[in-house]
Write a new protein. Structure first.
Ligand code: PBG
Length: 325
């Protein structure tokens, strides 16, 4: 035996000791719950690949949000399935669009809840792309005006924060200008700064019926192989006036979350996306993993990497688990 034999196990001896030295603590205020608004009344349609997640009509989404607040959820992010889709995604910026209705209903039901509106066109366009399409190409600059209109109409409906996720160049700056011009200088922007072209969005596209009708999103979402480019994307959104920088998906990109947390002085969000949720659910349903344990381990790892907030379909389950501590 050496004279000084190191024994890190000393601090792992009991649960209380482990609690005292624990570096990362999850709290209910870490989570943002995604919700999907759909047309109709009294609709609660479970998404087959996302057990526990539903398409909700406006009346139901208000109830769901109120119940989430009761549990301790501080924020929600809203997506919409419009009545009908068209070439330019007009349902995204219609005064009475599905998300605009949902924002008003949730605001009325639970005034204090932070309401974030996802600002994109893909759920509303007939071709399923996140921008305007001409001759099979997703055009950048013509899409900006529509994204800005979407953000302003979401602010008009009462959203606290808009979250541009289309990955069009310049979208944050154009949206900031449009919001300011419309008198919404207090409305924040959570920028999907680093959004990768990912296979993990599969279940979401089923939930939001937003799979592209042709091609894919690699022409605007980022290549999974790149991290220096992620810095550049984040720098641009920072310069354009983003209030929060978001990385998506989360677990395969924890290195990016960590770098952004170290390099930027804005809050960092990470989106634990549909496929990441679905994989845990599926394995758990097969009895192959302990769902609660894997859920908490996953969310802890995202926070440990440097996320200040986590968008997750597990928000409620995680809060319930925390309340048993
Ligand atoms: C819209 C958008 C997507 C997600 C969030 N906003 C889908 C996509 O880019 O295809 C995915 C969220 C998830 O998978 O949970 N552009």
């Amino acid at each position: 035996m050496p004279d000084l034999f190191h024994r890190p196990r000393r601090l792992r001896k009991t649960e209380n000791l482990r609690a005292l030295v624990r570096e990362t603590q999850l709290s209910p205020a870490d989570f943002i719950l995604p919700l999907f608004a759909c047309p109709g009344e009294k609709v609660r349609r479970e998404i087959p690949s996302m057990p526990g997640v539903h398409n909700l009509s406006v009346d139901e989404i208000a109830k769901e949000a109120a119940a989430a607040v009761e549990l301790g959820v501080k924020g929600v992010i809203l997506f919409g399935l419009p009545e009908s889709k068209d070439e330019t995604g007009s349902g995204a910026y219609h005064e009475n669009g599905i998300v605009q209705q949902a924002v008003r209903a949730i605001r009325a039901a639970t005034p204090e809840l932070v309401i974030i509106a996802d600002t994109c066109l893909c759920e509303y366009t007939s071709h399923g792309h996140c921008g305007v399409v001409r001759d099979g190409e997703v055009l950048n600059d013509p899409s900006l005006e529509l994204l800005a209109r979407t953000a302003v109409s979401q602010a008009q409906a009462g959203a606290d924060v808009v979250a541009p996720s289309a990955m069009m160049d310049g979208q944050v700056g154009v949206i900031r200008d449009a919001l300011d011009e419309a008198g919404f200088e207090q409305i924040g922007i959570m920028a999907y700064a680093v959004k990768y072209a990912s296979g993990f969005y599969g279940p979401f596209r089923e939930a939001a019926d937003s799979a592209p009708a042709f091609g894919d999103r690699r022409g605007y979402q980022m290549d999974a192989a790149n991290s220096r480019e992620a810095m550049r994307e984040a720098e641009l959104d920072y310069a354009e006036g983003a209030d929060i920088l978001l990385v998506k998906p989360a677990t395969c990109y924890l290195d990016i979350v960590k770098t952004l947390h170290e390099e930027f002085d804005l809050p960092i969000a990470a989106y634990h996306v549909s496929g990441e949720y679905a994989m845990i659910k599926a394995a758990a349903q097969n009895g192959w993993i302990d769902e609660e344990r894997v859920m908490m381990e996953t969310l802890t790892s995202i926070k440990r990497a440097g996320a200040d907030m986590i968008l997750t379909y597990y928000a409620r389950e995680a809060i319930r688990r925390l309340s048993r501590n």
